[in-house]
Design a protein around this ligand. Structure first.
Ligand code: NAG
Ligand code: NAG
Ligand code: NAG
Length: 396
């Protein structure tokens, strides 16, 4: 019988280590992909024009009017910001065109990307939320509806089933941010937080099912963002204002709301870890929007933002109500905006500026806010290093 330290068992041990090493290398190599397109689902954080495309021309959303779009596009595009969104910076980084909106588009080419994200969209079906007393009128294009639109459009997007599988396999699939509005609407309606917490597992399951379905269609790489620190948002700092100083953390954010945001992010990560174990050949990456934004709020000056007043006001309409910026143009007239949006984290009371989105995209693509981090080892150095040359501040 061979003793544990015999040459034979040493050799076995060595070959075990070598094969583990080999497997690790092969594994990490398979996760680096030269993405050929971006397929996106979500809400206003990633909407590049869908809500406008779906809207009655007499009842357009805020993002159809100046000063939305003023900084980069120099006209409104339907993006809920002054310029580019995270999805735009991801497209730039990958050397792909900006992802065209699917809804209401005419003659758009979807070969290198298609975007189903709609401002105001929820993860859960509208009818389900209305049944629970959460009535809202912005849009009924929930995640399920977006996914159905994608499936219905496949023949025109990519032709044959094998071509479609190929397209989906080589795409970076942005799954969200989605779910924020499932919480925003009941929060605005003043529903008890306990009732809202009950929605979290349902939202997480809905996101998880959508990913599973896309995996069955060939999906290989998913970027799945969590929620923002809601307790730092202007909207809620106003509507849940209290004289109880205990309710606020050292940066002036509402503790109980941030705890909720963290809770939902944790639940999402647990579910994504489960999915990752079930589908080891797929790469599921969590984008930690919560902690990126928290850093801006905690140390704004470090990232080039104004640090006063505290809490940080949005560039536009610091006194604006949620409805005035979120859905329709109602209340937009007279919206006052700052002169230099690049110094602000928040654009309006529910969305970030281009400057903040740029840093967020960087923090996910190249920094520590993608879990696990992206592997760009197979790309040429030119691409890997792009995107930060014109950036003064960095999250890395
Ligand atoms: C779409 O393409 C058709 C045919 O090429 C053309 O007649 C039409 O003007 C185009 N529409 C838009 C909005 O560009
Ligand atoms: C929801 O709100 C709309 C108006 O915004 C109203 O017409 C509708 O009846 C409401 N539905 C329910 C179930 O309350
Ligand atoms: C969404 O609402 C519109 C207008 O009320 C309606 O025509 C459409 O059928 C709805 N779509 C879905 C998927 O529920």
């Amino acid at each position: 019988m061979a003793s544990p330290d015999s040459p034979h068992s040493m050799k076995k041990l060595l070959s075990f280590f070598l094969s583990t090493l080999f497997l690790t290398i092969v594994n990490s190599e398979t996760h680096c992909r030269n993405f050929k397109s971006i397929i996106s689902f979500g809400d206003s954080i990633a909407d590049t024009g869908n809500l406008i495309g779906l809207s009655d021309p007499d009842d357009l959303p805020a993002a159809a009017f100046p000063p939305y779009g003023e900084t980069f596009f120099h006209h409104p595009t339907g993006r809920f910001s002054n310029g580019r969104l995270i999805i735009d910076f991801i497209a730039e980084f990958l050397g792909l065109p900006f992802v065209p909106p699917f809804y209401g588009s005419q003659n758009a080419s979807f070969e290198k990307g298609v975007n189903f994200a709609v401002g105001g969209a929820t993860a859960l079906e509208r009818s389900f939320l209305v049944e629970r007393g959460i009535n809202f009128s912005y849009t009924n294009i929930s995640l399920g509806v977006q996914l159905k639109s994608f499936k219905d459009a496949l023949p025109s997007l990519c032709g044959s089933p094998s071509d479609c599988r190929d397209m989906i396999e080589n795409a970076l699939i942005l799954m969200g941010e989605i779910g924020g509005n499932d919480y925003n609407y009941p929060l605005v309606l003043g529903k008890p937080i306990q009732e809202i917490r009950e929605l979290v597992p349902l939202v997480v399951t809905t996101i998880s099912s959508a990913i599973t379905e896309l995996i069955s269609m060939g999906g290989k790489t998913f970027l799945v963002p969590g929620q923002f620190p809601l307790g730092c948002s202007t909207t809620y700092l106003q509507s849940y204002k209290t004289s109880n100083t205990e309710d606020y953390d050292s940066t002036g954010c509402l503790k109980w709301l941030n705890e909720f945001g963290k809770y939902q992010g944790d639940q999402l990560q647990v579910e994504l870890n489960k999915l990752q174990k079930l589908y080891p050949h797929v790469n599921i990456i969590y984008a930690d929007y919560y902690n990126i934004l928290l850093r801006f709020v905690q140390e704004p000056a470090k990232y080039g933002f104004l640090s006063r007043p505290s809490p940080l006001p949005p560039c536009c309409g610091s006194g604006g109500s949620y409805s005035s910026i979120f859905g329709r143009s109602f209340g937009l007239k007279g919206l006052k905006c700052c002169n230099d949006p690049s110094k602000y984290v928040h654009w309006d009371s529910a969305h970030m500026t281009e400057a903040a989105y740029r840093l967020m995209a960087e923090g996910v693509l190249k920094g520590p806010y993608a879990i696990p981090p992206f592997d760009w080892s197979c790309l040429n150095p030119e691409i890997k290093n792009s995107g930060s040359s014109d950036t003064e501040h960095s999250l890395m």
